[in-house]
Design a protein around this ligand. Structure first.
Ligand code: A2P
Length: 339
């Protein structure tokens, strides 16, 4: 009989948590017992899994639910992770945490399997961090470019889907769209302003004027690529798309590549699909790519304004490769090694 692993999902009722459950099922992850945890608001709710349903339990203060769990996937916000991830690790689980709580902790590896899986094997706290959604799809592309040609500088602008702000934000977008069509003025409760027909920024808490999200891209990309001095800057924008983040990225390579060479390199790199036939209007579309697993690259072209410059468009499902799928891919590779 093949080995199976008891899995817990913390935040199972959220946009990412639900996707984690789907991804485990779709990829036939060798789950033994599956424990679904959320706040008291969701206790007793039942979520479909395989041929049946699993009842959601409340995460209790003592973290008793983690007894016997081998893999704990967390996506219930940084506060919940700070409190409960160490409890789960102490109970013997490998924690894969989708929140920002531990990403910059030097004792917690920050992992995108295609780029730096080996880092996941050295985890002094028993916790592995899943990067920010926008960072993941960017580094899947930067990794092979850096390995082949060296990176001098990266400039990225994101176009981030509403589902990245959670299930309640997505419901708010849907309500605002209906209200607008019915002639009512859309109002906002979850995001600071209406997102329907609009473009928003994340909050600025840093004196530099950069948003939290922009700083995450900068610091997380440097950590994953192991290049603390990488020159990188970001502008992050929330757009009224339901699922799949898009990014316009400009890279300056140490050793210039032609567009054809870059396309060929990316097409053979793990986790990437190149969709780039400009004459046929073939390029990555977020609406079409929601629900898929790869990082899609298109519109590759020379940026003639700098030596070694390339511009491109990068799209990925933020709930899957940007969150749930990346976490499960880490777990899959750990399982192959016996954790
Ligand atoms: P609940 O649905 O019971 O509120 P999203 O990012 O889509 O908003 O989802 C957040 C997830 O985190 C949900 O599953 C939510 O559960 C869960 N969550 C939020 N706060 C807590 C908490 N204090 N303890 C456990 N789960 C929490």
């Amino acid at each position: 009989m093949s080995t199976s692993y008891a899995v817990a999902i913390v935040g199972a009722t959220g946009a990412v948590g639900r996707e984690m459950l789907r991804v485990l099922e779709q990829r036939r992850f060798p789950c033994g017992q599956v424990t679904l945890l959320a706040s008291h608001r969701s206790a007793g709710r039942r979520l479909p899994f395989r041929d049946g349903e699993i009842e959601v339990r409340e995460l209790d203060d003592a973290g008793r639910a983690f007894e016997g769990v081998r893999i704990a996937l967390f996506s219930a916000g940084a506060q919940t992770s700070l409190k409960y991830a160490p409890l789960a690790a102490r109970a013997g689980a490998v924690v894969i945490d989708n929140s920002s709580a531990f990403r910059m902790d030097p004792d917690v590896p920050l992992v995108v399997p295609e780029v730096n899986f080996a880092a996941a094997l050295d985890r002094p706290r028993g916790i592995i961090a899943n990067p920010n959604c926008s960072t993941i799809q960017l580094v899947v592309v930067l990794g092979p470019l850096r390995a082949a040609a060296g990176l001098r500088r990266v400039v990225v602008s994101t176009y981030q889907a509403v589902s990245g702000a959670g299930a309640r934000a997505l419901a708010e977008l849907d309500r605002q769209t209906r209200d607008d069509a019915d002639g009512r003025i859309p109002t906002a409760d979850v995001l600071p302003f209406p997102i329907h027909g609009n473009l928003l920024f994340h909050d600025v808490k840093d004196p530099s004027g950069y948003t939290e999200e922009e700083l995450k891209i900068v610091h997380e990309t440097r950590k994953i690529l192991g290049d603390a001095a990488l020159r990188i800057t970001a502008t992050c924008v929330r757009v009224p798309v339901r699922v799949a983040h898009s990014e316009a990225a400009w890279v300056e390579l140490e050793r210039p590549m032609t567009v054809a060479q870059a396309r060929a390199l990316l097409a053979r790199s793990p986790g990437i699909e190149v969709v780039d036939e400009p004459a046929a209007r073939r390029y990555p579309l977020p609406r079409e790519l929601a629900g898929t697993d790869a990082v899609f690259v298109g519109r590759v072209r020379e940026d003639a304004s700098v030596p070694g410059g390339l511009a491109m468009w990068i799209v990925a499902d933020n709930l899957r490769k940007g969150a749930a799928l990346n976490a499960v891919q880490i777990a899959e590779r750990l399982v192959v090694r016996g954790l």
